[in-house]
Design a protein around this ligand. Structure first.
Ligand code: SAM
Ligand code: DTB
Ligand code: SF4
Length: 316
């Protein structure tokens, strides 16, 4: 099966069957689905900026920015609007089409909203799509960001509902879903995905994709992050995920969510050109460009020019 009729849920069994397919068959199906909706020689380019770094009260076990772990990261304050505007100009000049602003907060304070809205307007004025990820939102906060012109809100579910408590204890999976519903109700597109390589089971990967694919509609943008292990965090010693396993997750995500952008997100810095190419062949059609993610390194323009040049794929 290549798709889901409207209103029909993807079952766990159907998703498990996809994961069990021989890799060549899985990639063939993912590519077939991909080509119906997207040009196979285009990859969307997003640029991240950490607008407020570190000191976060949440205890996400993967994160460099949690105040619960000693990761050596220096906490900062919310950036000035003009400094953010300058970074948006740079992102545009470097070829990004979407600008994603992230803050290490559990939730924004109402008094932060005017600055966040001004940042959105500044990035829009540069001709960029905008994305923001600043934690849980109330209904009025979601509406205010929407009115400022926000295109996407990133709020990841990270892992399967049944695995969530192993990774985060300061909020629940349901808290995540409540914010996602408020974002959607405000008319902002969802960017929602997860992380692989956190020691999750095969069943957890099925559960993560089941939860994403059965959102109605599925998120317009789905980041698949390969864990960047951060020394000092509970997951800091996690071994790297084999590239074929990552490509399998991407291929299944592509088949389950044929119209979504599937982003090969964190983790590219440690991946070979061949491993990244495999993920693109599996149906990933978006990446983060630039030499930084939020607090960790990313391949940067020179390495990406070589990779995408070799592949004959355009960053758009
Ligand atoms: N504080 C906000 C929140 O958590 O919703 C926004 C920023 S947070 C850093 C955005 C997402 O980045 C997380 O949900 C997680 O999926 C991803 N992320 C954070 N640290 C990561 C890491 N070390 N490796 C891979 N992905 C990571
Ligand atoms: C997402 O899913 N990945 C991005 C973005 N959304 C905000 C963040 C990746 C962070 C990687 C670790 C870091 O640089 O701190
Ligand atoms: Fe805070 Fe977000 Fe990091 Fe969790 S992922 S500790 S909420 S910055």
């Amino acid at each position: 099966m290549d798709g889901r009729e409207d209103g029909v849920r993807w079952t766990r069994e159907a998703i498990e069957d996809l994961f069990r397919l021989p890799f060549p068959e899985l990639l063939f199906r993912a590519q077939t689905v991909h080509r119906r909706r997207f040009a196979p020689d285009e990859v969307q380019a997003s640029r991240l900026l950490s607008i407020k770094t570190g000191g976060c009260p949440e205890d996400c076990g993967y994160c460099s920015q949690s105040a619960h772990f000693d990761t050596g990261l220096k906490a900062g304050r919310l950036m000035d609007v003009e400094a953010v505007a300058e970074q948006a100009r740079r992102a545009k000049a470097e070829g990004a089409s979407r600008f994603c602003m992230g803050a290490a907060w559990r939730e924004p304070k109402d008094r932060d909203l005017p600055a966040l809205c001004a940042m959105i307007r500044a990035a829009k004025a540069e001709g960029l799509e905008t994305c923001m990820t600043v934690g849980m939102l109330s209904e009025p906060q979601a509406r205010a960001l929407a009115e400022a012109g926000l295109d996407y809100y990133n709020h990841n579910i990270d892992t399967a509902p049944e695995d969530y408590g192993r990774i985060v204890s300061t909020r629940t999976f349901e808290d995540r879903l409540a914010t996602l519903a408020r974002v959607r109700a405000a008319g902002v597109k969802l960017c929602c995905g997860g992380i692989v390589g956190m020691g999750e089971t095969a069943a957890d990967r099925v559960g993560l994709l089941e939860a994403l694919a059965n959102m109605d509609p599925p998120p317009e943008s789905v980041p698949v992050n390969a864990l960047v292990p951060i020394p000092g965090t509970p997951l800091g010693d996690s071994p790297p995920l084999p590239a074929i396993e990552l490509a399998r997750v991407i291929a299944v995500a592509r088949i389950l969510m044929p119209g979504s952008q599937i982003r090969l997100s964190a983790g590219r810095e440690r991946m070979s050109a061949e491993a990244q190419a495999l993920c693109i062949l599996a149906g990933a059609n978006s990446v983060f460009v630039g030499d930084r993610l939020l607090t960790t390194d990313n391949p940067g323009p020179a390495r990406d020019a070589t990779l995408f040049g070799q592949l004959g794929v355009r960053l758009v």
